[in-house]
Ligand binder design. Structure first.
Ligand code: UDP
Ligand code: MG
Length: 328
């Protein structure tokens, strides 16, 4: 089979019911663009029959393939694996739940042909999400804009087209704690956004719990052994808050009933406050130590259980390794 021009990579985790409707809508779009396309599903440790469904569509359409992980490694890692296996001149990343309208890919490709190396979908509203989630997202982006080293375009997510140049650079970034949105911005290149409206999830439920999102916001991806270090950060937060509550309590009490031991309330409040701050800063140092630990272990990013279709032509190794980008 000739090398494909356009690759579409789709991370899937328990998306059984979405595979067929997605293909039904995606394939006509791809066929309008070129016949030299490939679709690579990255099965991120699904526990339902997602992989069987993919196998079924792959039998009738060999341009559809899959990389199946040995367990759930997370969406960020699934994207990395997709980039490792994609062969196209341009690579599109999209979700499986039809929240990313496949028709947009035509616009992405037009833009790419105009000379943009990175074309991202820019969601125009977040009304599909709960208010709390939106609030936290807003806070996260504010903080990121303030303290992050790079600028994230507003509303941009993983739904995007990346030119081969960009793909090679992304693959060369060997880091384990992957925050793709940051990496896309970090590599630079000429980029542009295309606004779109996020559709309702087709089947199933979101795979992102609040806790998962929080952790994602915190460090990108599962660094499972930093948890004991991390506890102190939260404890520090709690104690700092408690000290403020205590301060208010003593203030109100003193105003209403006077004081029985001068100096005592302020002493307790400041002890609590500073021990809170100390724990918090220790925790934050712990975060970084934990990340360094994860990086120096040099574990492979993911473990492949099986490859289907075109994805199998790329590599036979069961693990991603840090030398993968040096492959000829
Ligand atoms: N996903 C994944 N691994 C995970 C969680 C999610 O591959 O651990 C995939 C999921 O199957 C979907 C995409 O990532 O194709 C986006 O997930 P989801 O729709 O649950 O996120 P949301 O749209 O709610 O942000
Ligand atoms: Mg979704």
């Amino acid at each position: 089979m000739a090398s494909p021009k356009l690759s579409v990579i789709i991370p899937v985790h328990n998306e059984s019911a979405n595979i067929a409707p997605l293909c039904e809508r995606l394939l006509p779009v791809l066929n309008r663009i070129t016949s030299m396309w490939e679709v690579i599903f990255v099965d991120d440790g699904s526990r339902d029959d997602t992989l069987e469904r993919i196998r079924a569509v792959s039998r009738t359409e060999p341009r559809i393939g899959a990389v199946s992980f040995s367990r759930n490694f997370g969406k960020e890692t699934a994207i990395a694996a997709g980039l490792d296996h994609a062969r196209g001149e341009a690579v599109v990343i999209m979700d499986a739940d039809l929240q990313h309208p496949p028709e947009m890919i035509e616009t992405f490709v037009e833009r790419w042909k105009e000379g943009y190396d990175m074309v991202y979908g820019q969601r125009t509203d977040r009304s599909d999400e709960t208010r709390v989630k939106r609030g936290f997202a807003h806070l996260f982006y504010r903080l990121f804009a303030r303290f992050g080293e790079i600028e994230l375009p507003p509303g941009a997510g993983d739904f995007r087209l990346i030119d081969r140049k960009g793909v090679e650079v992304l693959r060369a970034l060997g880091e384990k704690a992957r925050f793709s949105k940051g990496l896309y911005a970090w590599i630079g290149f000429k980029d542009t956004g295309v606004p779109f409206v996020v559709e309702e999830r087709r089947f199933g439920t979101t795979k992102w719990s609040f806790r998962k999102l929080f952790r994602f916001a915190f460090d990108g991806i599962a660094a499972f052994s930093t948890a004991p270090l991390r506890v102190w950060t939260y404890l520090g937060f709690v104690i700092s808050f408690m000290s403020i509550a205590t301060a208010i309590y003593f203030m109100v009490r003193t105003l209403l009933f006077g004081t029985d031991l001068p100096g005592f309330p302020s002493l307790i409040v400041s002890v609590m406050f500073f021990s809170g701050i100390q724990l918090m800063s220790l925790g934050i140092i712990g975060e970084y130590v934990g990340r360094i630990f994860a990086e120096v272990k040099r574990r492979p990013l993911y473990v492949v259980a099986e490859r289907i279709g075109g994805a199998a032509e790329v590599s036979t190794s069961l693990v991603s390794d840090d030398f993968r980008y040096r492959r000829a």
